[in-house]
Design a protein around this ligand. Structure first.
Ligand code: G3H
Ligand code: 13P
Ligand code: ZN
Length: 306
């Protein structure tokens, strides 16, 4: 089977992106694998530090290895999402992850360079790819928090990649983590992205905080006892543009999977108050995530790429 390096090059050459989908349990991972199988797409399956803490390293590896066995023809790549320290990244490298992200974006530039370079040296010695981040995304997740966007500076991006040797770079162009991305107009700074690409030609870039927050899920959650009023994501047309006209090769999606899962569970339990068999709603949730991931792959121009 072709490796992640192949798909990074192939995606840039053929103007598509790989979804990087977060999982925290078997159901999410199975849904992602099913969706990738449906569209014949490579997919990156991401584990955050929070997901590591929720499960543990044996569960993470065990779930991933089981998925590889059950979906032999589907390229699934295991990735550490938002590793905050060298130690965390080392742990993922030692567990044979395909790639690790060192997120030093909240650090001063020089410190970000230092920790990223240290991770690159260790990971490359073990054949593992490294994603780094420059610029800050507004966000509310456990391990990712910042008050406001600080867009990636194109000049600094060039220097950062040259000095660290990171394989891919996450850029901040207006997206943010979570279900509440825009209070005003939902736009992305494609002008900044183009400037970065001028300075780093043919270099693979990553878009975090890229969930589109489908309103069909928001409505179901709100209808059946939830409260995610005002949730708003990235317009799918912007994502289409990012991977077809720019060098965004990886599009991170977590919130949409959570919304798909939770809306399914809420609706099922509201309509079936007597049910205490969790397989019933989890089966539906896997199916919903499968459909969501297949739709994402179509949006990312990632179909029949295997
Ligand atoms: O970008 C962050 C991901 O959505 C992971 O979130 O730290 O709550 O697992 P988490
Ligand atoms: P969302 O919250 O938009 O799904 O972003 C996920 C992400 O960037 C994971 O690294
Ligand atoms: Zn992220």
């Amino acid at each position: 089977m072709k490796g992640l390096k192949f798909y990074i090059k192939d995606s840039l050459k053929n103007h598509y992106a790989l979804g990087a989908f977060n999982f925290v349990n078997m159901e999410m991972l199975k849904g992602i694998a099913e969706g990738a199988k449906e569209t014949r797409s490579p997919a990156i399956v991401s584990v955050s530090e929070g997901a590591f803490a929720y499960t543990d390293e044996n569960f993470v590896k065990g779930l991933y290895e089981s998925a590889r066995k059950s979906y032999k023809d589907v390229p699934l790549f295991l990735h550490l999402d938002h590793g905050k320290s060298f130690e965390m990244c080392k742990k993922a490298v030692d567990l044979n992850f395909d790639s690790v992200m060192i997120d030093g974006s909240a650090l001063p530039f020089e410190e970000n360079v230092l920790v990223t370079k240290k991770v690159v040296d260790y990971a490359h010695a073990h054949g593992v790819l490294v994603e780094a981040e420059l610029g800050v995304l507004r966000g509310i997740e456990d391990n990712v928090s910042a008050e406001e966007n600080v867009y990636t500076n194109p000049e600094s991006a060039e220097e950062f990649v040259r000095r660290t040797g990171c394989d891919t770079l996450a850029v901040a162009i207006g997206t943010s983590h979570g279900a509440y991305k825009f209070s005003g107009e939902a736009t992305l700074r494609f002008d900044i992205l183009s400037e970065i690409e001028k300075r780093l030609p043919d270099y693979p870039l990553v878009l975090h905080g890229a969930s589109s927050v489908p309103q069909k899920y928001v409505e179901v959650i709100n209808k059946f006892g939830g409260e995610v009023t005002g949730a708003k994501g990235v317009d799918e047309n912007l994502l289409k543009k990012a991977c077809r006209e720019h060098n965004i090769f990886k599009i991170n999606t977590d919130t949409d999977l959570r919304l798909a899962y939770i809306s399914t569970v809420r609706k099922h339990l509201a309509k079936n108050p007597n049910n205490i068999d969790l397989r019933k709603f989890n089966t539906l949730a896997i199916e919903e995530i499968k459909n969501l991931v297949a739709d994402k792959n179509r949006c990312f121009n990632n179909i029949n790429r295997i």
